[in-house]
Ligand binder design. Sequence first.
Ligand code: UDP
Length: 240
Amino acid sequence: MPGKKPKYKRILLKVSGEAFSYPSKTGLCTDSINFLSKEIKSIHQLKIQIGIVVGGGNIIRGLTASKEGLDRATGDYMGMLATSINALALMDSLEKLGIETRVMTAIEIRAIAEPFIRRRAIRHLEKGRIVIFAAGTGNPYFTTDSAAALRASEVNAEVILKATKVDGVYDKDPKEFEDAKKFSSVTYQLALEKGLKIMDAAALSLCSENNIPIIVFDFFKEGNLKKVILGEDIGTIVRR
Ligand code: UDP
């Protein structure tokens, strides 16, 4: 890859809570967080502007908690706070690698992070700081996928990179069906019609409206994030 130029100038990376914990476990795992920040450092060195929306599913999801009796909106607020915990863990890990970061939250927690202010976020990005967007959209009944679509639209990111455990989008579950086929690209419309598991419908619709492509790829394979930034054809791209 030496000599290759990055394909994008400003990206939005969506990292789910699962990337912060031991595989298939809950809570936080230092090794996993350090892997995450090393992968992010490898693209920061390419001098691209990076915004990151973090999930919180490794700690709590409102919908799951509501099935056990917790009030849904309260569970969602807890989920948004969970994303803030992950954001601080990622901030700490990135700063230890010498990268300047800013955490911006959709719910004000001024003692520990800046409130999200769009123009300030863009300024941070222009200065080369990694901006970690926490607390989702600030509203219950949404997900951090919607937050990724929203923040990507607001800061004019060229692409959303959706970090997952699978190497792309399939027509059916590749774990269950041997003949499952991987799409190299898929339209927003097809993804919505077929209910392909990429992002929830609200997030997909917003990306479609604002024409922001989404690349779904296996983040857990070392070097993959950099390959995507350098324009290698891995994963699945969702676009018009
Ligand atoms: N959440 C919310 N509004 C948002 C974003 C997140 O209420 O705008 C809550 C919701 O309960 C969600 C939880 O925070 O389940 C954690 O986010 P998510 O499930 O998207 O995390 P991920 O699956 O990416 O780890």
